[in-house]
Design a protein around this ligand. Structure first.
Ligand code: PGA
Length: 251
């Protein structure tokens, strides 16, 4: 029998907030964490990780980085390694977010190398995929995300050390979302793709998050879909009440 998949609500704070705001937000999430049944993850900017690590310590709220370098250490100015993230208290790291794919030209091969680094350091990689609006309009969304997932998920990834986030680029920060039917269809397609690539057990156990303008007002519908196992939340994760309301919709 397949492992039941625990819902995961992840907050991607991106490049927002100063230290005191990060601390207040972390405390706000911790204050409500006991009231929700799903797993919670917060991913602050890397310079705030140690502050947030202390705030979430012992609360059950997990901590994640927003990116890592493939190498464990070395001459890579400005980068952080997966080992550094683990050392400071992270259990997760986001890799291949569309903003990094676009702003930093990250390829599927580089994203896979980062996910391998996460595995090496004992972190769970949250591997992001998603089509642009032009790709969707051209009827290529399924092919694009299947290609990204095939290129970005390491060969020996397991369902325990991998989360896949489907985030259509055109839905991120725009207030627009695909229809629930479209989200379910593409998640089903992603699960079929990873089943073909990594086997049925991986496909049954891996969590597939939806991301892109998830708000308290649309979370019940989106999180209730059969192949949606949680959310990767940007803007709404910056307000503890909204983030917790999304989590409460996802039990
Ligand atoms: P959004 O961002 O919720 O602000 O659309 C989601 C993301 O980029 O992870």
């Amino acid at each position: 029998m397949a492992t039941p998949r625990t819902m995961l609500i992840a907050g991607n704070w991106k490049m927002n907030g100063l230290e005191n705001e990060a601390l207040a937000l972390a405390k706000g999430v911790v204050a409500g964490a006991a009231d929700v049944r799903c797993a919670l993850l917060v991913c602050p900017p890397s310079v705030q990780l140690s502050t947030v690590a202390a705030a979430v310590s012992g609360s059950g709220v997990a901590l994640g980085g927003q990116d890592c370098h493939p190498s464990a250490n070395g001459a890579h100015t400005g980068d952080v390694s997966a080992e550094m993230l683990s050392d400071i208290g992270c259990g997760y790291v986001i890799v291949g977010h569309s903003e990094r794919r676009a702003d930093h030209g990250e390829s599927d091969a580089l994203v896979r190398a980062k996910a391998e680094a996460a595995q090496r350091a004992g972190l769970t990689a949250v591997i992001c995929v998603g089509e642009t609006e032009a790709e969707r309009d051209a009827g290529r969304a399924d092919a694009v995300v299947a290609g990204q997932v095939t290129g970005s998920v390491p060969k020996d990834a397991t369902a325990a050390n991998t989360v896949i986030a489907y985030e259509p680029v055109w839905a991120i920060g725009t207030g627009r979302t695909p229809t629930p039917d479209d989200v379910q269809a593409i998640h089903r397609h992603l699960r079929d793709t990873v089943s073909a690539n990594h086997g049925a057990d991986f496909a049954a156990g891996v969590r597939l998050l939806y991301g892109g303008s998830v708000k308290p007002g649309n979370a019940v519908e989106l999180m209730g879909l059969a192949d949606v196992d949680g959310a990767l939340v940007g803007g709404a994760s910056l307000v503890a009440e909204d983030f917790l309301a999304i989590a409460a919709s996802s039990a």
